[in-house]
Design a protein around this ligand. Structure first.
Ligand code: PDD
Length: 277
């Protein structure tokens, strides 16, 4: 396995990061997860734009020609269907100090891992997911794709203990998003997803679903979703770069869509799998 570190392409076991790296010491870093299908980045531009947003929010300098580096990394690993993980930390300051100095060079790391080719499969192989709802314990800047993921990990652990595939996170009475996905519901043919604010990540898959729905005359609204609305919905979906658009068939102990994959999900899945960027 070849990974990318600070301009070099090298075997994973030869890639080394300092113990004084602020990513390691403070979680002072941001990341992206970008799917590549048949070796080609899917909505790469949108992912890099979000990465720029995360970096700007933390005043970490951007790195040049990252798209070129990622394409090269995927090619060096044989192309195919992979998700590329990119992490940019504020860098190595040589000592542990909360204060940030201007002279640090960011650490840029990327690696690949195999991904299910969701865009090449038929809807029949997609299994509906069970999800749980739990408290959103995260901080107030979830629009930044930051590496401090403890609250997400605790929530996901809780989901797995309940035999569920995802935890939806609830704050002040609203279901915001999943631990690593965005959430959608369907009410009488109408698609609804929570509006963007600093409490959720601006999902690239979310944006594509909204784009496709609008193009194909499916009504969409960005609106807050309560627990009652969620469990009473005709359909529930979660979206992410690694899972695409996934139908949810149960929320906690409540079956959704009679425990089946819904018709609007099927329509969206087809639009998705036929989407050519
Ligand atoms: N997570 N919300 C959160 C909190 C996420 O972590 C993610 C993605 C999403 C969906 O965003 P997108 O559609 O751009 O993948 C929403 C990635 C996959 C991860 O952390 O592994």
């Amino acid at each position: 396995e070849i990974v990318y570190l600070d301009g070099a392409f090298l075997p994973a076991d030869q890639a080394k990061v300092s113990v004084f790296d602020r990513g390691f010491l403070f979680g002072d870093s941001v990341y992206e997860v970008i799917p590549f299908y048949q070796g080609v980045g899917f909505r790469l531009e949108e992912h890099l734009a979000r990465l720029a947003h995360s970096l700007d929010a933390l005043q970490i300098p951007h790195s040049d020609n990252l798209d070129e580096a990622l394409n090269k990394l995927v090619a060096q690993n044989g192309g195919g269907n992979v998700s590329v993980y990119v992490q940019i930390t504020r860098g190595n300051a040589g000592k542990r100090s909360h204060a940030v100095t201007a002279d640090i060079t960011p650490t840029v790391f990327a690696c690949c891992q195999p991904i299910a080719p969701i865009y090449e499969t038929g809807p029949e192989v997609i299994e509906g997911a069970r999800v749980i709802v739990t408290d959103d314990l995260r901080w107030q800047r979830c629009d930044i794709k930051a590496n401090g993921l403890l609250a997400n990990i605790l929530a996901m652990r809780q989901a797995h203990e309940a035999g569920a595939a995802e935890a939806l996170l609830q704050k002040e009475g609203w279901i915001n998003e999943g631990s690593s996905s965005n959430v959608f519901i369907v009410e009488q043919g109408h698609v609804i997803t929570p509006p963007l604010h600093k409490g959720i990540l601006s999902g690239t898959t979310r944006a594509l679903v909204l784009e496709l729905a609008q193009q194909h005359g499916v009504q969409v609204t960005e609106s807050n979703i309560s627990y009652e609305r969620l469990i009473g919905a005709d359909e529930v979906w979660i979206t992410s770069s690694t899972r695409g658009v996934l139908p949810v068939t149960a929320v906690d102990e409540h079956p959704i869509a009679g425990g089946q994959k819904g018709p609007l999900w099927l329509q969206m899945f087809k639009l998705f799998t036929r989407y050519q960027q």
